[in-house]
Design a protein around this ligand. Structure first.
Ligand SMILES: [Zn+2]
Length: 462
């Protein structure tokens, strides 16, 4: 049994059912779960570990619902800097074919460290390239080492260029092997219990890189074990054209033909959807991982986030892979989502500043998407808010800093509207993964050095 007391926070944002923001707040944690939340004066006076967060804002841990951590090795590749999705992919696939198990491990540590320093406490990753003996196990080991709550996706690609797909044949895998490996990973690692630090997800990559048969079989397997399913969908108009030509359906209708819809399914992006498709997501419970920076970087389009929310669709945030962002700052991504949703209101035909559908997204709405929204998308009710019984996942930022000067009349909005900051404390499962602004669980200097060496070899083909 171990206990943790957080006390004296300037304000503690709960995101609970009443959306309480508690002045001089704190919480009491036992064995990774929150036991009490409230004003410091109402909490037990002592614990095994005490964090005095005077002058800090405390927020529920953010949830990242879409990433490709290995892409931290291929940020800012010159030939892919100014390309749309398909050209970007075709440029990068041959570089990604040089991944090694060590590259997977180091890039996972790098990306998860960035995420933890930006307030993220639960991350889902979509790994779908497995050359040179790479396995999902390499990533899972690294996630355990750094201590971030993790949803690992067994991604896959099976439809190579010679079969009409987009990726080169040498980065696709045999379908029987993909399914066998998926089953092995679920049996070995998936933890369905509340408070789980590790869950498995099955995630064929996209309509243009896997066959309909692999989609069907993956879904069958996922549902046998009760794990979630994830894929990229309706990201670009090129993808829509591909689906219409190859399958005779728009992307969402194609998913329907495969029975790839339901409350155990979430899609990355879903930018290009019509009203009926939004209605379908709401009805069957499909979630969306909204990745605003990536959508802007690749000029993919603007996802109809406010329409999704108005219809009752679950929406979370994703920083997306670092080759299309090129960072893993989840608090910054929440800010991007807020700003892009505001810009989108000006692009609706006939809209005027006085007549905007749904109004402007507020800082607190963006925070809700980044916390409760992400938790719902991943199918979890044990994270996303600070309340008794929930996981002890939160982060704290010292308010006494240049970037917040003049904004302290509303520190909660400042966290979103001012320049996105790195955290001073990030606590996951009751354990400080970031303390006084430093990652405690891995030696980052060494990781960065190795990361740069591996990236250089991969990009230059050494
Ligand atoms: Zn992606």
């Amino acid at each position: 049994m171990s206990t943790l007391l957080v006390k004296n926070a300037h304000v503690l944002v709960t995101m609970d059912a009443r959306r309480r923001e508690i002045a001089d707040g704190g919480l009491f944690v036992r064995d990774g779960f929150i036991e009490q939340v409230g004003p410091t004066a109402d909490l037990p006076p002592a614990a095994d570990e005490v964090l005095d967060l005077r002058g800090h804002i405390v927020l529920p841990g953010l949830v990242n619902t879409h990433h490709h951590l290995y892409q931290t090795l291929t940020r800012v590749v010159p030939a892919a800097q100014n390309a749309d999705l398909f050209h970007w992919l075709v440029t990068l696939y041959p570089i990604w074919a040089r991944l090694t198990p060590e590259a997977i491990r180091i890039s996972t540590l790098t990306g998860l460290a960035e995420l933890a320093l930006s307030g993220c406490t639960t991350a889902s990753d979509h790994l779908y390239v497995f050359p040179k003996g790479c396995r999902l196990d390499d990533q899972i080991e690294a996630a355990r080492e750094i201590g971030v709550r993790f949803h690992a996706s067994r991604g896959s690609m099976s439809l190579g260029e010679s079969q009409g797909g987009l990726p080169p044949d040498r980065v696709v895998e045999d379908e029987d092997f993909i399914l066998k490996d998926s089953q092995r990973l679920i049996e070995q690692y998936h933890d369905p219990k509340p408070g789980a630090m590790l869950r498995l997800v099955l995630a064929p990559c996209s309509p243009f890189s896997v066959t309909p048969e692999l989609m069907r079989q993956s879904s069958k397997l996922a549902r046998t074990y009760g794990v979630h399913q994830h894929t990229h969908l309706a990201e670009t108009l090129d993808e829509e054209d591909f689906c219409l030509q190859k399958f005779g359906h728009r992307p969402v209708a194609y998913m329907e033909t495969l029975d790839w819809i339901g409350d155990d399914v979430w899609f990355a992006h879903s930018v290009h959807v019509n009203e009926a498709e939004i209605g379908l997501y709401a009805r069957v419970g499909c979630g969306v991982a909204h990745c605003p920076s990536s959508n802007m970087r690749l000029a993919s389009g603007i996802a109809p986030v406010q329409k999704y929310r108005a219809a009752g669709v679950k929406v979370g945030l994703g920083v997306d892979g670092s080759a299309s962002n090129d960072g893993s700052h989840l608090l910054a991504e929440a800010r991007q989502a807020m700003l892009l949703a505001r810009l989108a209101t000006t692009l609706t035909p006939g809209s005027s500043p006085h007549n905007r559908e749904g109004g402007l997204m507020t800082a607190r709405e963006a925070l809700e998407i980044a916390t409760l929204g992400g938790a719902a998308v991943l199918g979890r009710d044990d994270i996303g808010s600070l309340a008794p019984g929930k996981c002890a996942d939160f982060f704290a930022i010292n308010l006494n800093r240049l970037d917040y000067a003049g904004a302290l009349h509303d520190p909660v909005a400042a966290a979103l509207l001012c320049t996105p900051q790195k955290t001073d404390y990030t606590v996951i499962n009751g354990r400080s993964v970031v303390r006084e602004g430093q990652v405690t669980t891995v030696e980052l200097g060494r990781v960065i050095e190795q990361h740069n060496q591996i990236a250089r070899k991969m990009v230059n083909g050494e």
